[in-house]
Design a protein around this ligand. Structure first.
Ligand SMILES: [Zn+2]
Length: 176
């Protein structure tokens, strides 16, 4: 988001030259530059043997299962966000968090940081924000996540990471 007014004092921002960044919105009263701020968000595939943790969240996709996701909050590093979101949404504790790359959602200005993590402990106990949560067979995940394109890209990466060599998991992939 491009700032027009100072989020601290409300003054109209002016443009200030900042080396390689060029013109940056600047508050003269607070002496702060407001650089563009995409919203960082994590999305994580939780793996337990050959199972993957899937959710239904009707406000995201009506007819598709999704992976656990959530916004990074101030003061938190992203690995902490991964642990916190999985625990809050499903009651599961995870470890061995591995970064799988990032994606940018232009329309919503979201920077998606993608991960896989291993199940450590806990029983599934979903939050109110989640309509359904359960372990699914990883070979069925791509079929069950029809609408979640980013989620599916993560599952394909996970299949590589775990050394999956079959073809069954990819049966619902449409050739691009
Ligand atoms: Zn200000």
């Amino acid at each position: 988001m491009k700032f027009k007014f100072c989020p601290i004092c409300g003054d109209k921002l002016v443009e200030k030259y900042s080396w390689d960044e060029g013109g940056v919105p600047y508050c003269e009263s607070d002496d702060i530059m407001f650089f563009d701020t995409p919203k960082p968000c994590v999305i994580v595939a939780v793996i337990k043997d050959n199972k993957i943790l899937l959710l239904k969240q009707d406000y995201i996709f009506k007819n598709s299962k999704v992976l656990v996701s959530g916004y990074v909050t101030t003061g938190e590093c992203v690995e902490e966000t991964v642990k916190r979101e999985v625990l809050e949404e499903t009651g599961i504790t995870v470890g061995e968090i591995k970064y799988l790359g990032s994606e940018y959602l232009d329309k919503r200005e979201i920077l998606m940081l993608t991960f896989m993590a291993k199940y450590e402990s806990g029983e599934i106990k979903k939050s109110d924000e989640v309509d359904w949560a359960n372990w699914g067979n990883i070979e069925d995940a791509l079929c069950e996540m029809k609408e979640d394109e980013i989620g599916k890209r993560i599952v394909r990466k996970v299949l590589k990471e775990i050394g999956y060599e079959g073809t069954k998991a990819y049966r619902c992939d449409i050739k691009e």
